[in-house]
Design a protein around this ligand. Structure first.
Ligand code: IMP
Ligand code: MG
Length: 176
């Protein structure tokens, strides 16, 4: 097996500071409203856990959506399969989709189409990362953590073949 090393792209401290800012902005924007955070599994589980604690209101419901994009390794095929649906309807609710990364945009585009058929009061997108170089379909990102270059990143929930999700920072895998 080849030796690999992960170099830091975004440190734990950088991420934490940005998550606090996003949480404050969301708190302000949704003042006096109820909010349903939809965490897109598995990649956004850590981001969601931190983000929801940076949102200062009692009116938040957390939902999880299991999604699989067919294709192994580091590329997406664009076919999105729901592996676990929401536990409750979102009709009439203010929904915020929480994603780890918008890469080609295909996953978010698909989820926005799907959720619109369920008639929420509003629907917005919050993504920790965005890789604009790989855009195949433009999607609105209402809250964005960081724009990154076209590198495959891991950690803070993001995986490479299911590994590295538990890294407390975001990094790039390099062969030694
Ligand atoms: P999409 O191409 O925008 O549909 O993104 C699909 C999914 O691919 C994302 O939600 C991530 O789970 C995954 N993904 C895309 N780029 C990366 C990356 O650099 N590292 C880890 N996962 C990624
Ligand atoms: Mg994802």
């Amino acid at each position: 097996m080849t030796q690999t090393h992960v170099s830091t792209l975004l440190s734990t401290e950088q991420i934490a500071a940005r998550v606090r800012e996003l949480g404050a902005q969301i708190t302000k924007d949704y003042e006096g409203r109820r909010l349903v955070l939809v965490s897109v599994l598995k990649g956004s589980f850590i981001f969601t856990a931190d983000l929801c604690r940076a949102i200062d209101t009692h009116q938040v419901r957390i939902e999880f959506l299991g999604v699989r994009s067919y294709g192994e390794g580091t590329s997406t095929s664009g076919v999105v399969q729901i592996t676990q649906d929401l536990s409750k309807p979102i009709e009439g609710e203010d929904v915020l989709i929480v994603e780890d990364i918008v890469d080609t945009g295909l996953t978010i585009a698909h989820l926005l189409e799907l959720f619109k058929t369920r008639h929420p009061a509003s629907i917005k997108v919050c993504s920790l990362l965005h890789k604009p170089a790989r855009t195949k379909i433009e999607v609105p990102i209402d809250y964005l953590g960081f724009t990154i270059e076209d590198r495959f990143v891991v950690g803070y929930g993001l995986d490479w073949a299911e590994r590295y999700r538990n890294l407390p920072f975001i990094g790039v895998v390099e062969a030694k």
